[in-house]
Design a protein around this ligand. Structure first.
Ligand code: HXC
Length: 519
């Protein structure tokens, strides 16, 4: 019989061996690629000495292709829970040094257990992915493992926030778990994601592409919109994840306003620079980010999808300490027009905030929808409808501030009163109308303009008439479509006063299984 001391020595020896992961050669290779190991990443994420590892001694059951003779430490994935800035989160980190972080039956089982634990603990789930995909020797067991994970990603969506840190290869079916999570953070140079790799692309299409060109960070942060954040290193990416977590509740069950942070920025601070930010010349633009910066606490906001669909801004920020999700048109890019990508970007953000009880502030300056065959063939009807659906469905406090243009269908889309804004405010520069004065006057006064001795002078005269009638906030306010016309300089104060009054808002929806959002 071994002594107690011998048993402890054995445990320590086993733990030490597992912690060596794929061994010094593989670790050296990992570092040479500018990548940290799974355990180094975990150390950076969690508060010191808080991480509790689970399933460290799990072994695979595979007998094929000599794998029964191979020991894969922790089966290639480190799992557990601990504290991040004092709040509990569950995490799994794939270990590329151990058989390329490939996913077999038990590797998947460990991840699935961690996901179940996150849902039971009601805490966020963080996945750090660095993997060659399905463990080829395990065949269908590996595929089943992916299915188990996808199923849980879906079941726990809207229960706990799910965040993916894509920190290496992420190929084949491996990309669908990230896609089912709420947020994807990538690392420049080391992370790439695609369904079919360069070899398959070449065989099928004869196109020669690198990993980076096919699914690198800028592909997904700029073009596809699959990823939300990009960082220069693993350490920066983990820091970004912590920043994101600071705005998120632990789960849907968390008490409202759980991420409140004592403010230092005065709630009654005015922003005089905003009084003149909207240019008098309607053809000139301004940067909506300057408005956001001016009105939020300490000028700080945290922006997902910073490089994607730049005509729409989405971000987290605080007002007098309360976390809020902001959706804003960006007039300085494509005039802030609504298109397919901007609609998808906004709708998904709105749905995330609503699912996790984060109030919404919408800043409106939108000239309409992007015209053209490219948009129509791409389904701008279907994508644009997502925004209407997301706002209409959302029951969190919804405040809208119109700074300038709100024309046509896009006026309705950007959280108008009709689709559920609790309070709609407008600056004196706001124009809520079917369209801009020039366009409107050219249509309804076409005959008068054509017949006039000086058509140009007539065109300007009738445009001015239309502008004075509709392109201001007063007709909309007279109809009750706007609750309040505010001075731009008072926006911060007004938003805070309204937000704090709405924090305990309750809005019910009739029971149903689920709606059918236009996907
Ligand atoms: C088993 C794998 C593996 C895998 C990597 N390894 N991927 N083992 N199954 N999927 C092993 C390698 O054999 C190697 O073992 C070690 O991990 C490190 O891999 P390298 O190839 O040396 O690394 P690197 O050169 O950096 O290349 C990374 C890579 C490449 C591009 C990801 O490993 C690769 O192409 N892997 C296969 C990718 C793939 O086709 N996966 C299946 C996708 S299908 P040794 O012993 O030499 O150190 C899929 C379907 C899921 O995922 C569907 C779900 C619905």
């Amino acid at each position: 019989m071994p002594t107690n001391e011998e048993l402890i020595t054995e445990l320590e020896a086993r733990e030490a061996k597992i912690k060596q992961m794929g061994g010094p050669e593989q670790i050296k290779k990992q570092h040479a690629q500018n990548k940290l190991t799974a355990r180094e990443r975990i150390d950076l994420l969690f508060d010191p000495d808080t991480f509790v590892e689970t399933g460290m001694h799990v072994k695979h059951h595979c007998h094929y292709f000599g794998l029964d003779k191979v020991d894969i430490p922790a089966d290639g994935v480190v799992t557990g829970y601990g504290k991040v800035n004092g709040r509990t989160v569950c995490c799994y980190a794939q270990d590329f040094t151990s058989r390329g972080g490939s996913l077999g039956e038990m590797h998947a089982w460990k991840i699935a257990k961690t996901m179940d634990l996150a849902a039971k603990m009601r805490v966020p789930l963080i996945g750090m992915l660095d993997t060659g995909g399905a463990r080829i020797q395990e065949g269908i067991s590996a595929l089943d493992g992916y299915g188990q994970i996808f199923h849980r990603n879906t079941l726990y969506s809207g229960i706990v926030p799910q965040i993916t840190l894509s920190m290496g290869p992420c190929a084949g079916g491996a990309v669908y778990s990230p896609a089912l999570t709420d947020w994807i953070l990538m690392v420049k140079g080391s992370s790439y994601m695609y369904v079919t790799g360069p070899d398959v692309v070449k065989a099928v299409t004869s196109e020669e592409v690198t990993h980076e060109q096919l699914g690198g960070t800028m592909v997904h942060n700029v073009k596809s919109g699959v990823a939300h954040f990009v960082y220069n290193s693993d350490a920066e990416c983990i820091e970004g994840c912590k920043q994101l977590l600071s705005y998120l509740p632990q789960s849907v069950y968390d008490k409202p306003d759980s991420t409140y942070k004592k403010p230092t920025d005065p709630a009654d601070r005015t922003c005089p620079e905003l009084d003149t930010i909207v240019p008098e010349n309607p053809r000139k633009a301004y940067d909506m980010k300057q408005v956001i910066k001016a009105i939020v606490d300490d000028g700080e906001f945290f922006e997902p999808h910073k490089h994607y669909a730049l005509n729409m801004i989405v971000c987290f920020a605080r007002f007098n300490g309360h976390a809020v999700g902001i959706i804003a048109n960006q007039p300085s890019y494509m005039a802030g027009v609504l298109d397919i990508n901007a609609s998808d970007k906004a709708a998904r953000f709105i749905r995330f905030c609503d699912a996790f009880n984060i109030p919404l502030l919408t800043l409106v300056d939108v000239p309409g929808y992007m015209p053209g065959t490219y948009q129509e063939f791409g389904g701008v009807i279907r994508h644009g409808a997502k925004v209407l659906s997301a706002y209409s469905e959302a029951t969190v406090p919804k405040i809208t501030v119109c700074t300038h243009k709100a024309y046509g269908g896009s006026e309705v889309s950007m959280c108008s009163r009709s689709i559920g804004a609790d309070v709609y405010m407008a600056w004196p520069t706001a124009e809520l109308a079917v369209m801009g004065a020039e366009g409107a006057a050219a249509i309804i006064f076409r005959r008068e303009i054509t017949k006039a001795a000086d058509p140009e002078a007539k065109r300007q005269e009738v445009a001015e008439l239309y502008r004075q009638t509709f392109n201001n906030p007063y007709v909309a306010a007279a109809g009750g479509y706007i609750d309040k016309i505010i001075r731009a300089r008072d926006t911060r104060r007004e938003v805070i006063a309204t937000l704090e009054s709405l924090l305990n808002k309750k809005e019910e929806r009739p029971w149903k299984k689920h709606g059918n959002i236009p996907l």
